[in-house]
Ligand binder design. Structure first.
Ligand SMILES: *Cc1c(COP(=O)(O)O)cnc(C)c1O
Length: 373
């Protein structure tokens, strides 16, 4: 079976976890501090680690003061985590359309949905590409909006010569099991905004003020104040130990993912029916590989045929504005690109441990079986 996605764990990660278990300090301590340090070097900007990517987004939103009845512009075509992070703050996610080539936020559509309550925009770096991110920043500046990049897919991607997270307002990453690098579960917030950094550091530990420094030196605060709502969203040493080892492997992980995506691209280059989303895999580190199959009538049937060939597929993502919790609260928006393209999307296997032969096998089967579907 060729899996759609999976973690890739080596001896070094296993040893690192054993090291933490041997020291019997499992919570947030030395390893989390180290992971933050190496990530800060990687991005060239301060980085705070938390328990997952969804928590990173929620804490970032709260740190810039997003709350009850505020509105945040976000593409509907994203993992439900983006929407849940917004609604967790009491704010309302406003579903927007995407660009049909990149499946990233279409800021011209977002602009139409601005109201007096709009406070921020959350572009999602779909599959690892960032689309027209400079356009989104210009749009946000024009309207006085904060930008929280949902960069869960885009760890390592370069844009205009800079690493995602290394520029802009606030970027949030995920290290869940199948993302570009993993710490088991995990996530981080990257920004230069000192106020946001401080608020996030406190909020991840139940709002206990300035606890981070004490935890990093093996202690904790006993006498403290709390001045804001906090959560138990910190990262553990077990997770950080995995993350540190994965980051060491990242150059190799990244080039393997790029190689596989380019290999897929080469099979579909002259194939009119199967159109991959458009990315430059010299710069983009792909998290998923998504194609749009023109004329596809029955995706489920195609997936079943592929499964019989030992090929697992998926689709990213069911539009969020169709979900009861988000659709029924508001007037249902009409998102022409999202609604047209969603039924034709298919995600093909992509993870570090695939070979070029696997990609060839998948591509040939997709090309064959799509004709009949
Ligand atoms: C994975 C993901 C997240 C959230 O990350 P978790 O670590 O799983 O909480 C957010 N947004 C998108 C688009 C994701 O794919």
């Amino acid at each position: 079976m060729i899996r759609l996605s999976k973690s890739s764990i080596g001896e070094a990660e296993k040893q690192a976890v054993m090291g933490v278990l041997d020291r019997e300090f499992l919570g947030m301590g030395e390893e989390v501090q180290q992971f933050e340090e190496v990530l800060t070097k990687f991005f060239g900007r301060p980085t705070v680690c938390v328990v997952n990517g969804t928590a990173a987004l929620q804490l970032a939103l709260q740190a810039i003061g997003i709350g009850d009845s505020d509105e945040v512009l976000v593409q509907s075509l994203t993992y439900v985590a983006s929407f849940q992070a917004i609604s967790a703050t009491g704010a309302i996610p406003i579903a927007c359309d995407v660009n049909s080539e990149t499946l990233c936020l279409d800021w011209k559509d977002a602009e139409k949905r601005i109201t007096s309550r709009t406070k921020a925009v959350m572009p999602v770096h779909f599959a690892g590409g960032v689309g027209a991110l400079d356009g989104i920043y210009a749009f946000a500046a024009n309207h006085g909006l904060r930008v929280i990049e949902d960069a869960a897919h885009a760890f390592g991607t370069e844009y205009q010569g800079k690493i995602v997270g290394g520029f802009g307002d606030i970027a949030c990453f995920s290290f869940d099991g199948i993302k570009n690098i993993t710490s088991g579960e995990g996530g981080c917030i990257v920004t230069e905004d000192e106020d946001v950094l401080q608020k996030v550091r406190n909020a991840r530990l139940l709002g206990v003020e300035n606890d981070t420094g004490k935890r990093f030196s093996g202690g904790r605060s006993w006498k403290f104040d709390v001045t804001a709502q906090g959560w138990r969203y910190h990262m553990s040493n077990i997770m950080a130990a995995i993350g540190i080892e994965q980051l060491k492997r990242f150059p190799e992980i990244a080039s393997q993912r790029q190689l596989l995506a380019r290999h897929y691209d080469s099979f579909f280059a002259n194939h009119v029916q199967i159109q991959p989303i458009v990315n430059d895999y010299e710069k983009v580190i792909p998290h998923i590989y998504v194609v749009c199959i023109e004329g596809l009538k029955n995706r489920k049937a195609l997936q079943e045929k592929l499964l019989k060939k030992g090929i697992q597929t998926g689709y990213h993502y069911q539009p969020n504005h169709w979900l009861n919790f988000y659709g029924s609260q508001h007037d249902m928006p009409f998102l022409p690109v999202t609604e047209d393209i969603f039924p034709k999307l298919l995600s093909l296997p992509l993870h570090h441990d695939l070979s070029e032969i696997d990609i060839e096998y998948v591509s040939n089967n997709i090309i064959q079986l799509s004709k009949l579907s």
